[in-house]
Design a protein around this ligand. Structure first.
Ligand code: C2E
Ligand code: CA
Ligand code: CA
Ligand code: CA
Length: 281
């Protein structure tokens, strides 16, 4: 019994207790935050490398906690997914982003909007499907499906493939394009690129980071560009921070770029200012 007790005690080590408590605490706060909508969106411009103009913005969620300040999505999205909070949160994000988009359109700013969607949202365990929510929200704000695209990751195409794939097919049919985010960081076969309804590929920032000092990363980027071109899929480079990276990518034939060089994610009002004063990049 003593051994068991010790084993038990070791399992719940003090560090782990603290971790679990913090985790539970965070989950509770997140639950409350979803109820009270303690979130806001920032928008990062995506630039057409040929024309130098902003063509779309990617909506990125932030959590404004009254005590802790702004919390990064990398810290809370995984918890929201596990705690079953990503569906209500995702719905809020969609509503907010499309409401902002409708406002910009009314002001004559003809942008497109990108929204990140996690696998859980697509698989849905509720009475209303993600597809229906998407369709209804577009209709509510009177936005044509062509003005919205969603970003998904490779893992979404692997896990729970049949249901996810079906949902993605209907979304694509509706006119909402599907972008493959963080390309190159997964461990999947390339066959899904043609089997799934993917329209655009986003090369992960980690490749762009080392593009100019690491010859093998440069070669990988070249290979990805060639592959995308032969599949006739436009390519977005994310995390472009320097002019050298911009030139390298543009010379290779990359189509769109996103990164701190052009703009960080901006609050709604800042984005409008940015667009008013932006000259083609
Ligand atoms: P992501 O979709 O790959 O988004 C790109 C991330 O890279 C963003 O971080 C953006 O701020 C950052 N970034 C863009 N350009 C640069 C650059 O030049 N340099 C550097 N260092 N970073 C750059 P963020 O906003 O912290 O978001 C992190 C991740 O959280 C996102 O990665 C996405 O996976 C997730 N996320 C964000 N918003 C949402 C959302 O509304 N829904 C879901 N499901 N996930 C979201
Ligand atoms: Ca994204
Ligand atoms: Ca990404
Ligand atoms: Ca990423």
């Amino acid at each position: 019994a003593k051994r068991d007790g010790r084993a038990h005690y070791q399992y719940f080590s003090p560090e782990m207790n603290v971790e679990m408590l913090e985790r539970m605490h965070l989950e509770q706060r997140l639950r409350k935050a979803v109820k009270q909508s303690e979130f806001y969106l920032e928008y990062q411009p995506v630039i057409d490398m040929h024309s130098g103009e902003v063509t779309s913005v990617e909506a990125l969620v932030r959590w404004q906690d009254p005590d802790y300040g702004v919390i990064s999505p990398q810290a809370f999205i995984p918890i929201a997914e596990e705690a079953g909070l990503i569906e209500p949160l995702g719905e809020w994000i969609l509503q907010q982003a499309l409401s902002d988009l409708a406002q910009w359109h009314a002001q004559g700013l003809m942008l497109k909007m990108a929204i990140n969607v996690s696998a859980r949202q697509c698989i849905h365990s509720r009475d209303i499907s993600f597809f229906d929510i998407l369709k209804q929200t577009l209709a509510k704000h009177d936005i044509a499906a062509e003005n919205l695209h969603i970003e998904i990751t490779e893992s979404m195409l692997i896990e729970d493939k049949p249901q996810c794939l079906q949902t993605l097919e209907s979304i694509k049919q509706l006119g909402v394009d599907i972008y493959l985010d963080d390309f190159g960081t997964g461990y999947s076969a390339l066959s899904y690129l043609t089997q799934c309804p993917i329209s655009v590929i986003k090369i992960d920032k980690s490749f762009i980071d080392n593009a100019l000092d690491n010859p093998s990363d440069a070669k990988l980027i070249k290979a990805i560009v060639m592959m995308a071109q032969s599949l006739e899929m436009p390519l977005v480079a994310e995390g472009v921070e320097t002019v050298e990276q911009w030139h390298f990518l543009r010379n290779l034939g990359c189509d769109y770029a996103q990164g701190y060089l052009m703009s960080k994610p901006l609050a709604k009002a800042e984005l409008v200012e940015f667009l008013r004063h932006a000259k083609p990049f």
